[in-house]
Write a protein that binds this ligand. Structure first.
Ligand SMILES: *Cc1c(COP(=O)(O)O)cnc(C)c1O
Length: 481
């Protein structure tokens, strides 16, 4: 390399020189920034910060194209591009999408949607001052735990309750406060990975508790636990197999059996439920025990998510024995993973809706409770409107399919639905259509199956249907351009 570098350099320089000349000729055709500013519409449709950034981006793009010999377009075209780019840049990164996937607790799309009425309460609290840590009856400092604790305990029949940032944090604090430096006995079949980087063995390591695995992947017996228990055992842990099922030749201990063992040896028992359903649920012959049933079985501490089957905001809910919950509240980590006033407000209201018998009005349960027939009627009307507005070769059908709960809740549970299926006559257009829908405003998230684009209206609110329709029509027009 070294001895060649002179030759390389001079050749490169020579070639470079003629490219640079042509390129600079073309680049000189690009308008000056000041000239662009004068030509832009007044008033600007978005804050000038974004226009500034867009001018840079668009000019850089055209400089690049000029380098490849492309002549820049006239000023008006460049201005249009800048405004379009500025609009794109001015949109927040975290924004609403239309979820046409039929996955109700879609972790990537924000899990459970919250209702208007609850968001109004959140808004009022967030926009002003509140009783977050103020005890009105005594006129002194109160505890943020108190707002939801009593209602939660009432709802699930536990002695006490507390709320942290999410269920991962709930498991972490419980393991750390109860069993740091001690052994936690868990069945091998329950050493689950929930997604992201939440794996039980890793959370255990982080908590300072020592993992003591027992049994085999498919079978764990009571005698396995008994053999593992020693003077340093601090906890018996049961983890809900949220996002998978082991079927066939299997055996695990029921919550009750584990509680019996714990009592016999004087060791606390914890269950990480993951989803935590309030009203016992039976779908597709899969039954999910309610939190209340688990609490009644005598478990000392139960953890579950606020935004899975509860249908509320992101939160980690811990319910169980007062002695342990008090210990958790005082544990220093509690401060690091505490929830803010907006979450607490949303959660308090969600729990009250359950107590008042209004939980079926939560968006999650409204979606869940739609029958296949309800969805069929919506799909039929929707596809008729679509047929009226779509030009070009395309088949629009309704097909039987399944919605999913998602969020690692009740894996394999298939909820019958009907989907609207769009099949462009050119198969390459399907992927293009999917992309244009993703790039639309609002973005539409749909799924491709066997060359068709599939829309499950279960996860589209009726109030969003016209928006979905318009966005699909727009994306289709773009495909046909
Ligand atoms: C989902 C889940 C978690 C994590 O809950 P987040 O609220 O997402 O933090 C932990 N354990 C189980 C069993 C789960 O299903």
């Amino acid at each position: 390399m070294m001895f060649n570098s002179h030759a390389y350099y001079s050749r490169g320089y020579y070639l470079g020189a003629c490219v640079v000349k042509e390129e600079s000729d073309l680049r000189r055709k690009l308008p000056a920034v000041q000239k662009i500013w004068r030509a832009l519409p007044e008033p600007l449709p978005v804050p000038s910060y974004w226009v500034d950034r867009a001018i840079d981006d668009v000019l850089n793009r055209w400089r690049d194209k000029a380098r490849h010999g492309q002549t820049p377009p006239p000023l008006t075209v460049i201005c249009d591009e800048i405004i379009q780019e500025a609009r794109k840049l001015s949109r927040p990164s975290l924004r609403p999408v239309l979820n046409a996937t039929g996955v109700m607790i879609h972790t990537n799309l924000g899990r459970s949607p919250l209702p208007d009425e609850i968001m109004e309460a959140v808004k009022t609290v967030a926009m002003g001052y509140s009783t977050l840590e103020y005890d009105l009856s005594h006129g002194r400092r109160g505890s943020r735990h108190d707002h939801v604790a009593q209602a939660l305990a009432e709802l699930v029949g536990s002695e006490a309750a507390m709320v942290v940032n999410n269920n991962a944090a709930a498991v972490l604090i419980a393991l750390s406060a109860i069993a740091r430096g001690k052994e936690v006995v868990v069945s091998r079949g329950e050493l689950v990975e929930i997604g992201g980087s939440f794996r039980i063995p890793e959370v255990m390591a982080l908590s300072g508790a020592l993992l003591h695995e027992v049994g085999a992947t498919n079978k764990t017996h009571a005698r396995d636990y008994v053999a593992a228990i020693n003077e340093n055992t601090g906890l018996l842990l049961k983890v809900h197999q949220s996002n998978f099922r082991v079927i066939g030749f299997t055996k695990g201990l029921s919550t009750r059996e584990l509680v019996d063992l714990g009592r016999r040896y004087g060791i606390p028992v914890m269950e990480d439920l993951g989803s935590g359903v309030i009203n016992p649920l039976q779908i597709d012959n899969v039954s999910e025990p309610s939190v209340k049933e688990i609490v009644q079985a005598g478990v000392d501490i139960v953890t579950f998510s606020g935004d899975k089957l509860l249908g509320g905001p992101q939160a980690g809910i811990i319910v169980g024995k007062t002695e342990i919950i008090d210990q958790l509240k005082k544990y220093p980590l509690a401060r690091a993973i505490r929830v803010d006033k907006m979450t607490l407000t949303a959660l308090e209201h969600t729990i009250r809706w359950y107590l008042e018998g209004r939980a079926h009005l939560l968006p999650l349960w409204q979606m869940m409770n739609q029958t296949a027939e309800d969805i069929y009627q919506r799909a039929r009307l929707f596809s008729e409107s679509l047929r009226q507005q779509v030009v070009g070769p395309m088949s629009i059908d309704i097909q039987q399919d399944f919605s999913q709960i998602g969020g690692g809740s009740m894996p394999g549970t298939r909820i019958p639905t009907y989907v609207v299926s769009l099949t462009p006559s050119h198969s390459k257009d399907t992927a293009l259509l999917e992309r244009y829908l993703r790039e639309a405003d609002p973005p539409v998230i749909a799924r491709i199956s066997h060359g068709s684009l599939i829309f499950d209206l279960r996860t589209i609110f009726p109030s969003q249907e016209s928006q979905l329709l318009a966005t699909i029509v727009m994306a289709l027009n773009r495909v046909q351009e």
